[in-house]
Write a protein that binds this ligand. Structure first.
Ligand SMILES: [Zn+2]
Ligand SMILES: [Zn+2]
Length: 330
C-alpha cells in the first residue's frame, strides 16, 4: 500500500482514507485524532475526538464539556477502519502525544505533532517510536536555532528579580503549557514565594496541579494590589489595560522566538527568556538520525533548511506545507 493511501495532506489537515479520520483537523470533521490541546491543533465541533485523557480534559476546560459529539481516551492500540493507531508522549505540553498509524500492510507512519526533547517538568518525555515515515514540524528548522538550557534562562530571571527587587516582573507566556512550565522552572530555580497568575490561566494551572505537577503558591493577578514580584500573564494581557496596574514593571516574555533579538525588541521585551516547547535544530536532526526513517514528512515551519539537511543526510524528505498551524500558538 502506498503511503498516501494511509495518510495524505488535505485542506482540512492530514487525512487517513483507510481509517476515515483526520489528525489535528483545521475544521470540523466527523472523526478527529488530536495530538495536543493547543488551539491550532485542537478545535471544537468534531463529531468524535480520540486523544489522550489529558488532552480531552484540556479541551473540555477550554471549549466546554460539549466540545465534540463523542470522545474516546487513547489507551494502547486502537483499531479504526483498516488501520491501528497508538498514542505516545511528545514532550511538548501536558497530554501531548505523537500518533502512530499502522496499516496491516504498508509503511508505519508516526505523526509527532509539536514535540520537544528538552526535559519538561509539566509533561512526559518524548518517546522515540520506530517508523518508516516520520512526520515532523520544523518550527525552529534552521541551524541558527539552538535553544539554551531553560535553567540558564531562569538564572537570568532570578538575577533580574534580585537586581530590581522593587519592580514587578511581568512574564508573558502562553496560557497552556508555557505558563505552567515557567512556573515549575521558577520553583526548580528556587523562587519560592507567591507567583501571581492572570485570570485566564487559573483553570489550566489548577488542572496541572490536579495532575500532580507542583506549581507552589499561586495568587490571582487580577486584584488591584498584587502581592507577588513575579507575575505570569498571556501575551494578550500586555496589550490590555490590565498591565497598567503595575508600576515600572520589568517586561519579560518566554518563547523560543526570544532567540531572535529583533522579535524581542519589536515586542518591547526587556527580559527575553528563550524557553521553547519545540525541538530546536540539534534536536530535530538528532531525532531524525535516531529514528532513521525511510522518509521524513515536514508539516509546517521553516522546512527548506530541514529539507536540504535531509537530502544531504540521505533521507527522502517531503514538505506537506500544511497551513493553519501557528508557530507558538496560545
Ligand atoms: Zn503546540
Ligand atoms: Zn503547533
Amino acid at each position: 500500500m502506498r503511503a498516501d493511501q494511509i495518510l495524505r495532506p488535505t485542506p482540512a489537515g492530514l487525512y487517513c482514507p483507510q481509517g476515515d479520520f483526520y489528525i489535528d483537523p483545521l475544521r470540523p470533521v466527523p472523526r478527529a485524532l488530536i495530538t495536543h490541546g493547543h488551539g491550532d491543533h485542537a478545535r471544537a465541533g468534531h463529531g468524535s475526538v480520540l486523544a489522550t485523557r489529558q488532552t480531552l480534559d484540556i479541551m473540555a476546560i477550554r471549549y466546554g464539556d460539549d466540545f465534540a459529539g463523542q470522545r474516546q481516551a487513547a489507551e494502547g492500540a486502537i483499531r479504526i477502519g483498516d488501520v491501528t493507531v497508538s498514542f505516545h508522549p511528545a514532550g511538548h505540553i501536558l497530554g501531548s502525544a505523537q500518533i502512530a498509524v499502522m496499516p496491516d500492510k504498508g509503511p508505519k507512519i508516526v505523526v509527532s505533532g509539536d514535540y520537544c526533547r528538552t526535559p519538561n517538568p509539566t509533561c512526559a518525555p518524548f518517546e522515540p517510536v520506530a517508523c518508516d515515515i516520520f512526520v515532523t514540524e520544523a518550527t525552529f528548522g534552521l541551524p541558527v536555532f539552538r535553544h539554551p538550557d531553560p535553567m540558564d534562562e531562569m538564572a537570568r530571571l532570578r538575577a533580574s528579580m534580585a537586581e530590581f527587587p522593587e519592580r514587578p516582573h511581568l512574564i508573558g507566556a502562553y496560557a497552556l503549557g508555557k505558563a505552567q512550565r515557567v512556573i515549575a522552572l521558577a520553583r526548580a530555580a528556587g523562587i519560592d514565594g507567591s507567583i501571581a497568575i492572570h485570570g485566564a490561566m487559573q483553570r489550566l494551572c489548577d488542572y496541572h496541579v490536579e495532575q500532580g505537577i507542583e506549581l507552589g503558591p499561586l495568587v490571582p493577578a487580577t486584584a488591584d494590589q498584587v502581592d507577588a514580584q513575579l507575575v505570569i500573564a498571556p501575551p494578550s494581557a500586555f496589550a490590555s489595560s490590565w498591565v497598567q496596574r503595575f508600576a515600572d514593571p520589568v517586561i519579560g516574555f518566554a518563547s523560543g522566538w526570544m532567540a531572535v533579538r529583533a522579535r524581542a525588541r519589536q515586542r518591547g521585551v526587556e527580559l527575553p527568556l528563550v524557553i521553547s516547547d519545540h525541538v530546536d535544530w540539534p534536536q530535530v536532526t538528532a531525532t531524525i538520525r535516531e529514528l532513521a526513517p525511510e522518509e521524513v514528512w515536514i508539516t509546517h515551519g521553516t522546512e527548506d533548511g530541514l529539507m536540504r539537511w535531509c537530502e544531504l543526510e540521505g533521507f527522502a524528505a517531503r514538505p506537506l506545507r500544511l497551513v493553519g498551524y501557528e508557530d507558538e500558538p496560545e
